[in-house]
Design a protein around this ligand. Structure first.
Ligand SMILES: C[S@@+](CC[C@H](N)C(=O)[O-])C[C@H]1O[C@@H](n2cnc3c(N)ncnc32)[C@H](O)[C@@H]1O
Length: 234
């Protein structure tokens, strides 16, 4: 009998940016600081979710671990998941340096992670969901739905494309990234749209609804970046 496992998308195969490279990982925080205020983002998110000590949170695509560490410092029980061993090792050593030892780091991904320890209060993912092609985004959202408690919250921040003037907007974005970070951020932005799987806002919103989520609010940071605050209501 054929099962999903026979044709499951290989989420570990490199598509686009190579986060298995230790050099790439070492420059990640510094390069992102050129166009994001990550500590502010993380604190605003935790404040907006009104997290309380003892609650549980899964962060998919945790990268260098800065959000997971901040969440753990606020007393959350955090599972930080990433497919990249290089990212995880960097994140773990950062957590150790900061004496944060409560995070459960897991080498896995949106599609392969098996959550066995009871439903959680929050699932978050920032700039990672676009690594999955659309069909697989929908499967991942259904998995996430099953990981959450009733009333649990899902937060997605990502590059999400507004349809109107999308080509002009992407061209301007690539130019502005070049102004902020030279050839490195220009190439990074081009690779994003050429090889990775950012989708239209209406596609992602349709998937969220079909997976069973209610979108409580959407914050458009620009015509290419959005934050979705969603809720599992059964
Ligand atoms: C652009 S970084 C985002 C890191 C961090 N969340 C942030 O906001 O800066 C994308 C991360 O997602 C990870 N990733 C890629 N595909 C993934 C998947 N299928 N499941 C989980 N993580 C994935 C990459 O290894 C990388 O660490």
């Amino acid at each position: 009998m054929i099962t999903l496992n026979d044709w499951l998308h290989d989420e570990v195969r490199k598509i686009g940016k190579d986060y298995s490279s230790h050099d790439e990982v070492a420059m990640y925080d510094e390069s992102h600081a050129k166009f994001r205020d990550v500590p502010k983002e993380n604190n605003e998110l935790l404040d907006t979710l009104s997290v309380k000590p003892g609650e549980s949170l899964i962060d998919f695509g945790c990268g260098t671990g800065v959000f997971a560490i901040e969440a753990a410092r606020r007393g959350l029980k955090v599972i930080a998941i990433d497919i990249s061993p290089a990212m995880l090792s960097y994140a773990k050593s950062k957590a150790t340096d900061l004496s944060v030892d409560s995070i459960n780091f897991v080498e896995s991904g949106f599609l392969n992670y098996q959550h066995l320890s009871g439903p959680v209060d929050y699932v978050t993912t920032s700039f990672a969901f676009h690594h999955l092609p659309d069909y697989w985004k929908a499967i991942a959202l259904k998995n996430i739905y099953n990981m959450l408690k009733d009333g649990g919250r899902l937060y997605i921040q990502d590059v999400v494309i507004e349809e109107e003037n999308s080509i002009e907007n992407i061209n301007s974005f690539i130019e502005s990234q070049e102004q902020l970070g030279g050839e490195f951020l220009r190439a990074d932005a081009i690779e994003h749209f050429k090889d990775e799987f950012s989708t239209y806002d209406w596609v992602l919103e349709g998937m969220l609804e079909r997976a069973g989520f209610t979108v409580d609010s959407k914050e458009s940071i620009s015509n290419l970046v959005a934050r979705y605050y969603c809720e599992k209501i059964t």
